[in-house]
Design a protein around this ligand. Structure first.
Ligand SMILES: Nc1ncnc2c1ncn2[C@@H]1O[C@H](COP(=O)(O)OP(=O)(O)OP(=O)(O)O)[C@@H](O)[C@H]1O
Length: 606
């Protein structure tokens, strides 16, 4: 066989042409999370729901989202997502859905679920590739505006939208957006889809998501009626600016260097701007757009060296918060123990970020196998590539045995670990946004949060184990007391005494340390020798306190804890005993607070 003729540069030149981004991703759809029909449905739902949540958040409304998944003919599925967000103006609808890399978030420095402007258009591309069908969009921007209905797809050769239909329509929503996308898929990923929605609901406790999937209705209701305060965009931080970026920003400014630095970067005031210019050896009067390559390089280097306060994280980030994380988790899971941490804001490469984490233990969690891990970035669940994610790496690197949890790489047993990384720029390992890259600053924060939670769990477990031990001991003693009483009575030739009160005493001592199933707990307040206090006693347990005798106890919500509260006057040296009954397991914590004197006393429960 003749060997192929070597190509000449002229031959190659005939084949060389630019490639549109749509063509590129059509060929490389796995890079956007569309590797298979099964995965395609999860990614499509995720992109649409993330956009709906972002839009509602930006408009300051509580999200009311509808998701429908219907099997059409054969292996064609239709995904419908409807939101009550601000809507999209009709002029922009074709671009939002019919052009890759078009969006409102890419150039803004603030936390948002979407970042690149590629998510929903990639779903449209995937749909037309696998089913050949365009995407239907209905959107309305207010009661005084008509709703518009579009049929749109992407011209892959140019990455430009193709409008197949545009018409005014009637729609009962005053504002919002509805999309209908049809593509080849299957419902093999049903479990993962539900898991995605469940996890989304945990970290978005303000959202209500109504789901209709293959004829089954599921409601993920909101646990909080507080809309999220939308994070505000900030200017780039001087420590995170690369030379190319600085060149672009400077080219667009006719200002002299001092106002240029102050107006273009966050946390730069007059003093800092002056220091940067001095260190770079530049003149204050030089206009930013007149800097040559050397001047720009010196300016960029000086910007990295001068001390600048960290970016204003409170403004541009929106962490979930410890109380809401616990509320969200407890809404979906029931634990014996749950603790959450929101770490202080930190910075990597000039990008602010906050790590939040929670640890749930026991309850209905699986006692066998690895811990359940829930990973989130900017309130979006990360559903794939767990092994490639820095969060998983940090969880495995913590020595969980120190906290009395078994471990084989990952912790094992009835444990749930949630980690949320919120940032203005989440460093994903790829465009499919499945895993967070190993950035040392982020890993450090995750590890610290996990260690804090580990310590909380250890305290809980050791208290619980102590209670169990003393219960076992007391039961063992009670079991042999009748025998001892008989033997002693025989030896001293006296009648066998009634030992019921002694048994009672031992068991009471036992139950003072534990909140038992349908048990009675006695609490003594002892050795208080100070002045009299008008105490409000707070009994805090993870479970309900149902009745009390005496005095009357009522149940009140304190955060996510249930607490029984009652009033009493305690004089110096007095010894009180309180009895209450209830159900459930868990530790009890009793504190007395004199509201007027602002005194808090820990009460002796032994
Ligand atoms: N339901 C919606 N309501 C209002 N605006 C929307 C909605 N969906 C999308 N948009 C607008 O369209 C833009 C493009 O959305 P797209 O999903 O392609 O990208 P993104 O969400 O910005 O980023 P990413 O590619 O990371 O998902 C968004 O930035 C937003 O401005």
């Amino acid at each position: 066989m003749a060997s192929p003729k070597p190509a000449h540069a002229d031959d190659l030149a005939k084949q060389q042409r630019s490639i549109s981004v749509a063509e590129f991703f059509e060929k490389n759809k796995h890079l956007l999370g569309f590797d298979s029909p099964t995965r395609g449905i999860v990614t499509t739902v995720k992109e649409a729901i993330d956009n709906a949540l972002d839009a509602c958040e930006e408009a300051g409304v509580l999200p009311d989202i509808y998701l429908g998944i219907f099997q059409m003919e054969g292996d064609i599925f239709k995904v419908v997502v409807e939101d009550n967000g601000p809507g999209i103006v009709p002029e922009n609808i074709p671009y939002v859905f019919g052009k890759l890399l078009y969006g409102s978030r890419f150039h803004q420095i603030r936390q948002s679920r979407g970042q690149q402007g590629i998510g929903i258009s990639a779903a449209v591309l995937y749909a037309q590739l696998t089913s050949g069908r365009p995407t239907l969009v209905i959107s309305r921007c207010g009661s005084d505006r008509p709703a518009f209905r579009f049929l749109v797809q992407i011209k892959t050769e140019t990455n430009e939208p193709e409008i197949l239909k545009r018409e005014e329509t009637t729609w009962d929503r005053v504002h919002g957006t509805r999309i209908e996308i049809e593509f080849k898929s299957s419902l093999t990923a049903r479990k993962r889809l539900i898991e995605y929605l469940r996890y989304t609901s945990v970290v978005n406790p303000h959202a209500r998501i109504r789901v209709e999937i293959d004829g089954e209705a599921i409601l993920f209701d909101r646990a909080s009626d507080e809309p999220i305060i939308p994070p505000q965009a900030i200017l780039p931080h001087p420590h995170g600016v690369e030379l190319g970026e600085l060149k672009r920003i400077a080219a667009g400014s006719k200002e002299p260097l001092e106002p240029f630095l102050i107006n273009s970067f966050s946390r730069v005031g007059q003093k800092t701007a002056h220091e940067i210019i001095q260190l770079a050896g530049l003149k204050e009067t030089t206009k930013a757009n007149k800097l040559d390559a050397d001047g720009l390089a010196r300016l960029q280097s000086a910007m990295q060296q001068v001390k600048v306060p960290p970016p204003p994280a409170n403004q541009c980030l929106s962490p979930i918060g410890e109380v809401l994380i616990r509320q969200g988790l407890e809404k979906e899971f029931q634990f014996d123990f749950c603790s959450a941490r929101t770490r202080p804001a930190s910075v990597y490469h000039g990008h602010p970020f906050i790590v939040e984490a929670a640890l749930g233990y026991g309850g209905k969690l699986d006692a066998e196998g690895n811990a359940r891990i829930m990973r989130f970035a900017n309130r979006v669940p990360l559903m794939y590539q767990q092994g490639a994610c820095a969060i998983t790496g940090c969880i495995s690197a913590v020595n969980w045995r120190t906290y009395n949890i078994s471990q084989s790489g990952l912790p094992t047993g009835p444990v749930l670990i949630l980690v949320h990384v919120a940032s203005t720029n989440v460093p994903f390992t790829s465009e499919s946004k499945d895993a967070i890259a190993s950035i040392p600053e982020i890993e450090r924060e995750i590890t610290l949060a996990l260690q804090e939670l580990g310590r909380d769990l250890k305290t809980f477990l050791s208290r619980r184990d102590k209670s169990r031990l003393s219960e076992e001991r007391a039961r063992a003693i009670c079991a042999i007391i009748p025998e001892i009483a008989t033997k002693v009575a025989e030896t001293i030739e006296k009648p066998v005494p009634d030992i019921t009160p002694i048994e009672g005493q031992i068991m009471r001592r036992l139950v003072t340390k534990k909140w038992t199933d349908n048990g009675t707990v006695n609490v003594s307040i002892q050795n208080y020798t100070s002045h009299a206090l008008d105490l409000t006693l707070y009994l805090i347990t993870p479970d309900d306190v149902s009745t009390a005798d005496p005095p009357a106890v009522f149940v009140e919500e304190m955060g996510t804890d249930k607490s029984a509260v009652w009033q009493m006057r305690l004089a110096g040296g007095e010894n009180w005993q309180l009895r209450y009954t209830g159900t459930g397991n868990g530790m009890i914590d009793i504190r007395g607070v004199d509201e007027k004197k602002k005194v808090v006393v820990d009460l002796d429960r032994s």
